[in-house]
Design a protein around this ligand. Structure first.
Ligand code: ADP
Ligand code: ADP
Length: 232
């Protein structure tokens, strides 16, 4: 089963002489239950691929799917609902709500959707990320690593089809980064959920089950973990 995929994806920014072809015919499937890393040099199109696959941005040509839903077939309202209810996000900058407690931040996607969610799932997540004794703290009272662990729990709270993570360790020291990556990997393995992570860091990519490589807006290689670990 495929949690998300893009087919013949093309993304052009701008027009005329200054147009940039950020994606130049990329087809890639993200298997359900798999932790996939997207790697490549700066400017190779990693963020663009993630944003288009996640419905944060639209393709110029080709198609992007979450499950069987083609994102281009949705109007803005339906796209917003799909992102809210079926997709989770982890960003480099944590993006927590400063006025809410840890618990409120974690359940925010459910609260916004007016969903009760699966309480056992949420409690299990809180334990997996190791923040049970911080539930009433605000983000400013936490370390960067702890804040990103809240963001990971929030991303999974609504049991999304796929969680997209954009350089999730970019603002963390290496030890906190390792913790967050281990957490992402464990959450995928224990829950059979899907993670797609953009990173330029080989150490981060080594936590993934599969690594896809972009260069100049094209997919140039794809390897499963044992090979990836050997090469990296
Ligand atoms: P990466 O994430 O691998 O660093 P990006 O997807 O951010 O790559 O960028 C791919 C290419 O598209 C780069 O040449 C970048 O300058 C360009 N690009 C990205 N976003 C925009 C934008 N909003 N407007 C114009 N060009 C952009
Ligand atoms: P970058 O990693 O390139 O700095 P940003 O964190 O600025 O990316 O976010 C990139 C895109 O994702 C923007 O279009 C922004 O509006 C959107 N975005 C940022 N945070 C969230 C969020 N929590 N939920 C949904 N979309 C978000």
């Amino acid at each position: 089963r495929t949690a998300a995929r893009v087919v013949d994806a093309v993304k052009v920014y701008g027009g005329g002489d200054t147009a940039v072809r950020a994606l130049d015919g990329v087809s890639v499937a993200f298997p359900a239950g798999c932790f996939t890393a997207i790697m490549g040099p700066s400017g190779s199109g990693k963020s663009t691929l993630m944003h288009c696959a996640a419905g944060l941005d639209t393709l110029s040509a080709g198609a992007a799917y979450i499950g069987d839903t083609e994102l281009g077939s949705l109007d803005d309202r339906r796209l917003t609902l799909l992102r809210r209810d079926r997709v989770g996000f982890v960003f480099q900058a944590f993006n927590l709500v400063p006025t809410l407690t840890v618990r409120e931040n974690i359940t925010l996607p459910l609260d916004l959707a007016g969903r009760k969610g699966d309480q056992e799932w949420v409690e299990a997540l809180i334990d997996v990320v190791g923040l049970r004794d911080r539930l009433h703290h605000r983000p400013s009272e936490l370390s960067g690593g702890q804040q990103q662990r809240v963001a990971v729990a929030r991303a999974f709270a609504g049991q999304p089809d796929v969680v997209f993570a954009d350089e999730p360790t970019g603002n963390l020291d290496s030890r906190s980064g390792e913790e967050v990556l281990g957490l992402l990997g464990r959450t995928v393995r224990h829950t059979a959920r899907t993670v797609v992570m953009v990173t330029h860091d080989p150490v981060a990519a080594a936590h993934a089950d599969e690594v896809v490589f972009l260069a100049d807006g094209r997919l140039v290689d794809r390897m499963t973990a044992p090979t990836a670990e050997r090469v990296l």
